[in-house]
Design a protein around this ligand. Structure first.
Ligand code: ZN
Length: 181
């Protein structure tokens, strides 16, 4: 449909709680246009792996995740085909946390270390309106919590354990990225 502008930290929409998407409107032109906009906008970033509707200034609880390659700038992960999540709800299965350096298309050129629970369940509606449940662990659990935080007006910078572990990405790559030699 269209590549949208990704709004950045400081834009008030990123701080609002998004509205549930009306289930009876899944499959409508409005819904399909939103999904296509999210897909096109995410693809245009080149390296993004998730995008939530508030990031394109749309206040609905819809997000997309697409992890095409097993290797990202976050390290090796399980690939996940392009998937649409409508009104997702997270349940933490295991409170044990693990930390990853996160980046965000709405906070460009920055990275920050965030610890989150590493075993979650997600209940959501898919793009056909069917109720689905998946369980995620490890880095994928972090990705989903990061994306769905956008639906509640949170950014990863709110979750930083230590602001000293908040860095420009070039400095992150230089000083913090584990060397693989
Ligand atoms: Zn983000």
């Amino acid at each position: 449909m269209a590549i949208k502008e990704i709004i950045r930290m400081g834009h008030p929409t990123l701080r609002e709680v998004a509205q549930p998407f009306p289930l009876q409107e899944i499959g409508s032109e409005k819904f399909n246009n939103l999904v296509t906009d999210l897909k096109d906008t995410l693809e245009a970033t080149g390296n993004g792996i998730g995008l939530a509707a508030p990031q394109i200034d749309v206040g609905f609880r819809v997000a997309v995740i697409n992890i095409p390659n097993p290797t990202t700038r976050y390290g090796p992960v399980t690939p996940l085909p392009f998937t649409v999540f409508v009104n997702p709800e997270i349940t933490v299965i295991n409170e044990q946390t693990e930390g990853y350096w996160e980046g965000c298309l709405s906070v460009p050129n920055m990275m920050g270390y965030v610890e989150r629970p590493q075993q979650i369940r997600v209940d959501y509606f898919d793009r056909t309106g069917s109720a689905q449940t998946i369980e995620l662990d490890g880095f994928l659990a972090t990705v989903f919590q990061h994306e769905f935080d956008h639906l509640d007006g949170f950014l990863y910078v709110d979750r930083l354990k230590d602001t000293r572990l908040f860095s420009f990405d070039t400095e992150y790559a230089h000083y913090h990225l584990p060397k693989t030699e």
